[in-house]
Structure formats: structure tokens, C-alpha cells
Design a protein around this ligand. Structure first.
Ligand code: GLY
Length: 402
């Protein structure tokens, strides 16, 4: 009799513990419906209100009004990219129809050889769409965009040229790591190996020249256009040449994670892990894991957070966790979860106004100043990476509970 009672008790304790674990998981995930509801309201409004398909919604101006750009702007692809992600998250055809409409005006940029940002412009839009609907026209656009981007590769510098403006000879910025996914995918879709090789050479040069000993990165490296030697290391959007601009660190983390995804070369994985360690161990990273716009702004904590950097870091960590051992994987997952929990609150998420964007409090280009620098604004890439991180988190939870 006694034995039967104690077995019952053990059984009850196990059931209770399982229920508590389930409820803790459910509570943690509460931010997904909250964030999705807000995103759906905002993007449904945006699709209804914005009807000129050649004026791509980019951000909010200081007076709260919408700032739109032409298809040649580096941010032109994020709006349709976010619509594709919402289609993936909700399976609601409304977003698919809208994403297709907002892609047509971008098509001509596949021939644009004057920018390194074709990955952002064309892969975020057509690449995200292609994964969902497999449209053969999108496939050709991805391949042609890679062909255009490849023309900007200089074999001596071993890198793709970033900007055609400014005081530099051959500027390459850390952000450019984000354009390599386009080259890898175009290689896979076309069988043309050269695009992949360019991506690898570019990443190798970045590893050599963009990083400091602590694995923080410089924003801009200028190469001698004849010898290919790195001659200057500076910032354009950060606080100072020697500071760690938060979004630049996020681009590096995401970029090297993608390098490992396509090559399985351990050196890229190690690089991504080192960058993650720099970010996660930084004394100026707040407890809620949403970084200030620059890790070295002396005004911290009386300065701006950059929600876009937080979203990019969360999304990157949710991929990187798949490639590392259990301890690090848990750390990356928990950090991404903390970021998403922090962002998915009224402090960071809007369900009205905000130019119909979801995320608030992003910093685009602080040195430009409040009038034009998109400081403490809603910016479309913040939304894109926030939605991507939510999607990755949702998939991770689904896999875990299968
Ligand atoms: N150029 C990309 C960025 O501002 O992060």
C-alpha cells in the first residue's frame, strides 16, 4: 500500500513538473503572437496605404512621416522581403500577392553594376520569395544580380568594391559580408562556381583586414587600387574609427555564419563564434541584450539603442546555434530569446503609426545627425531581421517540441 502511494506521488510530481515546463515554454513564446499581431496590423495598413510601387517604404522621418526611396536604394528590397516573411509566418495569401507587386519595380536592378548592395536589394526580396514560391523568373533575377555584383570584384584587392563615392581608393565595408549569400545561391542555382569563389575570396580578405585582435570590426577598409594593400581602416557610420559600431558587428556575425552554412569551412565558424563572444561578453551590452548603437559611445547609457542591430544579432544567433556544441548553442538560443522578448513589447513594437513599420528605435547613420541619419527611427531592415528572427525562433521551438 505504502509503495503504491509513493509511486502515485512520483507520478504526480513528474506530471506537475512537465506541466510547469510546458507552461514556462508557452509563456516564453507569448511574444510571438504579440509580435505577429502587431506586424499584421502594420503591414496590412502599409499595403493598403502605399500604392505607388516605385516608392519603396524605407523609414520614418524625424516628424514621423514616411521616407520612401527608389529601387536603386540599398534598402529597396526589405519591404517586399518582410512581406515574404509574413507570408511564411502566416501562410496568408494577402502577403504573397503584395510581395509580388512590390517586387516588380525592383527587377531592373538586376543589371545595376554601381552598387555592392545587390544582396540586400535582390536577395532579400527575390531570394526570400524564391524559397517560398520557386518562381523561375525570380531564379533568373538572382543569377543575373550575382553576375552584376561579380563585376565589382577586384582580384588584386581580393574583394568586392563597396562604394563608388567618398574619399577612398577602393572602399570595402563590413556590411558587404551580407551580399555574399546572393553569390552562393546564384552559384548553386546556375552551377557557375566563380560567384562562390568570389564570395570566399571576399570573406577571406575581410577576415584578414577588417578585424581587430578582440574580433570587433572596422567599418571601412580602404585598399590601394593598384597593389591591393589595405591602407586605411576607418568608420563611416560608427562613433569613431576605433569604435565598435553595433550594426557592423551584427553584419559580421551574420555574414560569417552564412559563410559557414555554404562552405562548412571551420575557420568561418570560429570567426562567427569569436564575433559572438565579443558582442555577448561586452561590458556595454545591456542585460536585455539590445545593444547601444555603438559599443563605445562614451555617453552610454544616455544614448540610443539600435533595435535593428539587436534583430540582426538575434537572427544570426538562431542560425549559429545549430553549428556549435550544446553549451554555446544554449547560450546563443537564450540570448536570441532575450532579445526577442525585449523587442516584443510596446517599448519596441508599434501596432499603429510608426510609418506602418513594426520595430521602433533603430539607428541608421548617427554621424549624419537627427535630420537625415534615421536616428531612433523605424527602418525597414530592422523589421526584416526581426521577422526573420521570429520565424527562426518559431521553427526552433517547433523542432524542439516535435
Ligand atoms: N550600409 C548598411 C547599414 O547601414 O547597415
Amino acid at each position: 500500500m505504502k509503495k503504491a502511494n509513493s509511486t502515485k506521488l512520483i507520478f504526480l510530481v513528474v506530471i506537475l513538473s512537465l506541466a510547469l515546463i510546458q507552461s514556462a515554454i508557452a509563456q516564453k513564446q507569448n511574444f510571438i503572437p504579440y509580435a505577429l499581431k502587431a506586424a499584421e496590423v502594420q503591414y496590412k495598413n502599409a499595403v493598403k496605404e502605399y500604392t505607388d510601387y516605385h516608392k519603396f517604404p524605407r523609414s520614418t522621418k524625424p516628424d514621423g512621416s514616411l521616407y520612401t526611396v527608389k529601387s536603386s536604394d540599398w534598402c529597396s528590397g526589405f519591404f517586399s522581403g518582410s512581406l515574404w516573411l509574413l507570408y511564411d509566418l502566416t501562410k496568408d495569401d494577402f502577403y504573397k500577392v503584395a510581395a509580388k507587386k512590390w517586387s516588380v519595380g525592383l527587377e531592373k536592378e538586376q543589371y545595376n553594376k554601381t552598387t555592392h548592395d545587390l544582396g540586400f536589394m535582390m536577395y532579400i526580396s527575390f531570394g526570400t520569395g524564391y524559397k517560398l514560391i520557386g518562381d523561375t523568373n525570380y531564379k533568373q533575377i538572382i543569377i543575373q544580380s550575382a553576375k552584376s555584383l561579380a563585376t565589382r570584384f577586384h582580384p588584386k584587392a581580393g574583394a568586392i568594391r563597396s562604394w563608388d563615392f567618398g574619399p577612398w581608393q577602393y572602399p570595402v565595408i563590413i556590411d558587404n559580408m551580407m551580399n555574399l549569400e546572393l553569390l552562393f545561391e546564384a552559384s548553386r542555382l546556375s552551377g557557375i562556381d566563380a560567384y562562390k569563389q568570389i564570395a570566399i575570396k571576399h570573406a577571406d580578405h575581410d577576415m584578414q583586414n577588417h578585424f581587430r585582435k578582440d574580433f570587433s570590426s572596422y567599418h571601412v577598409v580602404d585598399y590601394d587600387s593598384i597593389t591591393g594593400v589595405a591602407i586605411k581602416k576607418q568608420t563611416n557610420q560608427g562613433f569613431a574609427d576605433e569604435s565598435a559600431w553595433a550594426r557592423g558587428q551584427a553584419w559580421g556575425l551574420y555574414g560569417f555564419t552564412v559563410m559557414y552554412r555554404y562552405t562548412k569551412d571551420k575557420k568561418y565558424l570560429e570567426q562567427a563564434e569569436h564575433i559572438a563572444a565579443f558582442i555577448l561578453n561586452h561590458p556595454n551590452l545591456p542585460k536585455d541584450k539590445v545593444p547601444y548603437w555603438d559599443f563605445n559611445d562614451p555617453k552610454i547609457p544616455d544614448t540610443y539603442r539600435d533595435a535593428s542591430a539587436a534583430a540582426i544579432i538575434a537572427s544570426a544567433l538562431l542560425e549559429l546555434r545549430k553549428y556549435v556544441g550544446k553549451e554555446k548553442s544554449t547560450l546563443y538560443f537564450k540570448t536570441a530569446e532575450t532579445i526577442l522578448t525585449t523587442l516584443s513589447t510596446p517599448e519596441y513594437v508599434a501596432d499603429s503609426g510608426n510609418g506602418n513599420f513594426v520595430l521602433k528605435h533603430c539607428v541608421g547613420n548617427w554621424p549624419k545627425g537627427k535630420a537625415t541619419g534615421e536616428i531612433d527611427a523605424a527602418i525597414n531592415y530592422g523589421d526584416y531581421y526581426y521577422l526573420e528572427a521570429l520565424l527562426r525562433y518559431k521553427k526552433a521551438i517547433q523542432e524542439h517540441t516535435k
